[in-house]
Each structure stands twice: as structure tokens, then as C-alpha cells.
Write a protein that binds this ligand. Structure first.
Ligand code: UDX
Length: 492
């Protein structure tokens, strides 16, 4: 990066929506920008910062190695015992808007560490990279004359699906008219008109009250504000989502595709003289069980199905039982993440209540963990498939590792993601809207035995494209350079 020696490097403030999938990817972006010499302020909520300190202390300490990197803490406005998961994640939007937004503005005005420091090379914040679902940052940025770039943690396919919802309503294609209407193909999502069904739209569309549903309105409103930002950063790559990206560029011309971010972090550190980048950066808000890696070491090549439904999803006891029976009955080995806060009214944790056939099948072939180092798990040679909720980070991590997916999308962007995985990229199967032990048993076997060769062909090829895009000269690698250059010109 060419520095303005008079003024010092640009100072970028990065502000994620406070959940694992967002903090994780935006910390990776922060790391990449800091590695390029930019000064970074990373804004964490008090709740999440405490968790990072507790569960990822080594990872956190690494950031102090970057000159000009600082964490700042801001309240999320929720009580300490709020679950911040499942349906109640939505309550965070209200508190962020009512409590955090004014504090954010005040902080930008008054915190001396966000201003230029006379006699030092510290500049005032010259650019804000805000999570695209915290669009209040645009208002604050406009008021203070600081350019705001949006970062979305979802894929281009879901971003575009959200963006098109008002057009679908206007054309009378929404609302969905009950269960029997779920397989209808929608015509008004340009670029997806041959394969996107009602059931593949973001889950919030599953409402009759399409114009008044608060969750849907919130996500659509946030997405529709992005053209008002200076630019949009997406954690994706051109070779994966090129056609959809062309559609988005009609509304948001300035897009930087710099994904998969975790691969970029890895390849940027190759040959770097100042390597402080971490190829397996965890940024974990949960306590990691590393013993699962020892268990994996003892399993045969590509024999294990890894099962995880991300950091927010909650499930019922009944759902858990169907999956558990399906996995045990498949007779395949499995590594399953069941977070401590995942099952509502959990009885599965009490050994006495676990049916003996499940306990036995799990002892023989299974490993259940609270939280694992997922990138490392997916890269392990024993993994033959990923049974996933199709969160975007998980999808990208699976793509880079070349692991085929069995998708059970739960909410929000996961519905379109799983349609693209199965129908467009042919990287696996979509089990959407089904929760049945017989189906789980069959699909697990299809994924890692019966249709394995078919899926391996496309996953190997897509993994190659992902790695190429993140390597020197690749599309994401070059786009990151372009982003750094453009940020350097802001506020000069
Ligand atoms: C949510 C949304 O669901 C997702 O679609 C959106 O893009 C980001 O916010 P989440 O549900 O948690 O995120 O899923 P995902 O995006 O897949 O992120 C989960 C992250 O947690 C991944 O980076 C994954 O590697 C990590 N993880 C998960 C672990 O490190 N260990 C685990 O045991 C489970």
C-alpha cells in the first residue's frame, strides 16, 4: 500500500452485526486490511468481546501485532442473560437501533482514539465498513461526512433474492399461497427465473402478511439501503456467483468480491515477509473441543459425516431425535456439533433418557461436541460429507475444503443457499422442509456412498476455482488490492 506519509495510513472502522458468523468473517477482513498496513478499529459489542477474550484469547492477542489495530467496545443494549440465539436474535435489531446507534455516533464524535492524534501518524476514521444489516451506519456516516461501505455476510444469491422481494410482491408473485404453492417457480428474480421456487426464498417470505411482517420488512429494508452506501463488499467469488453478481451490479455498481475470506487470509500470508495472518483463524465465541480432532485422526478416509447447524439455530427435541436416529441408522460415522444452547427443553443431555440404540450407535460410530474448529474439521481427510444448515460461512468453508453438502436450511438466507448448492453448483443435496429419520438415513448414504463420485467431481472443481480466486492474481485477491487502494483514496 502506498501511504500518505504526511497523514499516516487510512483508518477504517469495522462494525459487524454481533453474532458468530458475522464477527468471524468481518474479523478476517479486518485482519487482511491490517496486514496491508491500514489502521483498524474493530467495534465489538460488550457481550461478544467478553466471549472472544474467554474463548479465543490467543487469536485475539495476535491482533495487537498489527500497528494501529484496536478493539472498541459498545453495548448491544440487551441484558446479560438474553439468549441472543434462535428467534430472539431479532430482538437485537431493536436494541442496536435504539441503544447502540446513538452511542456509536457519540463515539465517533468524542472518542479521542477515533480522531487524528497530532504529532502521530494516527488519522481520524476515514472509512466505515459496516455490516449491511446495520444500515443506520449510513445515516451516521452521512452526518459526519465519513464514507460507508457495506459488508454482507450472505452470498450474492441471497442478497439478490432479498432485493427482488418488493418486485415479486408488486407482480403478484408473493405472498405464497399455502403449502401447496411452495414448488411454484418465481419469474421475477432476474437470473434465477428457471429454478427458484417459493420454498427457496428467504424463510421470512413464508408469511401471508407479506407487507407487514416485521422480520421480512427489516431484511428487505436493510438490503434496499445498500445502493446508498459507497460500495458493497461480498464474501464470495466471481467464479461461483458471476451471473447473480451481474444482476446486483445493475443496482450497486461498486462491488468488491473478496471471498472466500478464510482462503484469502491463508493465501495472502504465503510469501509475506510480515506474516501475522493466521491460516486457521478461529475467532470463536464458543469454547472449542479439540479432542474431536484426535477422534477424527482415527477414522478412515472420507468416512465421516460432519453435522453442524451453525451458531444461532435452535432445534426442538423432536427434530434432534429424527436426526439422531437417521445418523445412527445410516451406519455411517458422524461428528455432530450440538451447542449447549441449541436444543429447547433438551432431554438428550441426560444419559438416562437416551434410547439404548442411540447411545450404542453413538458410542460405536459417533462423536458429539459442543463446538469444534470447523475449518480444520472440514479440511480433515476423514470427512466425507457435511450435513449443514447452509449458513453462508459454512457453505464457503465446505466449498474450499471440497466437501459435498447435505443441506437442511433453517432460516433467512439459508433457503436460497441450499437451492444453489444442489441445483446450480451441484455440490450436494437439499433436504429442505423435511425432518424425518428415514430420509436422513437415505440421504447421508447417498451423499457419501451412492452418489459420492458424482458430487466429488463438482466439489473438487469448485474447490480449485475457490483457491485460484484467493491466490495471487486471482479475482478475489485482485479485488482486495482494489479495495485497499480505493479506501486509501478516501478522506485524503
Ligand atoms: C448466520 C447465518 O445463518 C448465515 O447464513 C449468515 O451468512 C451469517 O450469520 P450461522 O447460522 O452461525 O450464521 O452460520 P454460518 O454462516 O455458517 O457461520 C457459522 C460459523 O461458525 C462458521 O464460520 C463456522 O466455521 C463456525 N463454527 C460453527 C465453528 O467454528 N465451530 C462449530 O462447531 C460450528
Amino acid at each position: 500500500m502506498e501511504e500518505d506519509t504526511k497523514a499516516g495510513p487510512p483508518h477504517v472502522l469495522i462494525f459487524p452485526f454481533p453474532v458468530q458468523g458475522h464477527v468471524n468473517s468481518m474479523l478476517k477482513l479486518a485482519e487482511l486490511l491490517a496486514h496491508a498496513g491500514l489502521h483498524i478499529t474493530f467495534l465489538n459489542t460488550d457481550h461478544n468481546h467478553d466471549r472472544l477474550v474467554r474463548y479465543s484469547p490467543d487469536n485475539l492477542a495476535r491482533f495487537s501485532g498489527f500497528p494501529g489495530f484496536q478493539f472498541k467496545i459498545i453495548p448491544d443494549g440487551l441484558p446479560a442473560d438474553h439468549p441472543r440465539a434462535g428467534e430472539r436474535v431479532m430482538e437485537m435489531f431493536n436494541s442496536l437501533n435504539s441503544v447502540t446507534k446513538p452511542l456509536f455516533k457519540e463515539m465517533l464524535f468524542t472518542d479521542h482514539e477515533l480522531q487524528s492524534i497530532p504529532g502521530s501518524n494516527r488519522r481520524a476514521v476515514s472509512c466505515i465498513i459496516a455490516d449491511g444489516i446495520l444500515s443506520f451506519a449510513i445515516d451516521v456516516g452521512n452526518e459526519l461526512g465519513i464514507p460507508v461501505i457495506h459488508f454482507r455476510t450472505i452470498g450474492a444469491c441471497s442478497f439478490w433474492a432479498y432485493f427482488c422481494i418488493p418486485d415479486l410482491v408488486e407482480a403478484g408473485e408473493l405472498p405464497i399461497r399455502g403449502n401447496e404453492d411452495m414448488d411454484r417457480i418465481l419469474k421475477r428474480v432476474p437470473g434465477m427465473e428457471t429454478f427458484i421456487r417459493c420454498r427457496d426464498l428467504p424463510s421470512f417470505c413464508r408469511t401471508k402478511n407479506i407487507l407487514a411482517d416485521p422480520n421480512l420488512q427489516l431484511f428487505v429494508d436493510q438490503t434496499r439501503q445498500t445502493p446508498g452506501a459507497r460500495a458493497l463488499i461480498l464474501n464470495t467469488f466471481e467464479e461461483l456467483e458471476g451471473p447473480v453478481l451481474s444482476q446486483i451490479r445493475t443496482q450497486c455498481p461498486q462491488i468488491y468480491t473478496i471471498g472466500p475470506l478464510h482462503a484469502l487470509v491463508k493465501y495472502r500470508s504465503v510469501g509475506s515477509k510480515t506474516t501475522s495472518l493466521q491460516s486457521q483463524s478461529l475467532n470463536s465465541l464458543f469454547e472449542v473441543d479439540r479432542n474431536c480432532m484426535t477422534w477424527l485422526d482415527a477414522q478412515p478416509l472420507k468416512s465421516v459425516i460432519y453435522v453442524s447447524f451453525g451458531s444461532i439455530k435452535k432445534m426442538t427435541n423432536e427434530e434432534m431425535r429424527e436426526f439422531w436416529y437417521g445418523l445412527v441408522n445410516s451406519k455411517k460415522r458422524f461428528l455432530w456439533v450440538i451447542r449447549l444452547d441449541m436444543v429447547d427443553g433438551k432431554d438428550g443431555g441426560d444419559d438416562d433418557q437416551i434410547p439404548s440404540e442411540l447411545a450404542e450407535g453413538t458410542r460405536e460410530r459417533g462423536y458429539i461436541a459442543d463446538w469444534v474448529p470447523q475449518e480444520e474439521v472440514l479440511a480433515h481427510q476423514a470427512i466425507g460429507g457435511f450435513f449443514t444448515h447452509s449458513g453462508w460461512n459454512s457453505t464457503l468453508e465446505s466449498i474450499v475444503a471440497g466437501v459435498p453438502m447435505l443441506c437442511w436450511p433453517c432460516s433467512a438466507d439459508q433457503q436460497p443457499n441450499s437451492r444453489f448448492v444442489s441445483e446450480v453448483w451441484k455440490l450436494g443435496m437439499d433436504m429442505k422442509d423435511v425432518c424425518n429419520r428415514t430420509v436422513v438415513e437415505k440421504m447421508v448414504n447417498d451423499l457419501i456412498v451412492n452418489r459420492r463420485d458424482e458430487f466429488m467431481k463438482s466439489t473438487v472443481e469448485m474447490a480449485r476455482l475457490a483457491r485460484e480466486s484467493a491466490s495471487k492474481g486471482g479475482s478475489s485477491y485482485c479485488n482486495l488490492d482494489r479495495l485497499i487502494k480505493d479506501i486509501s483514496l478516501m478522506g485524503v
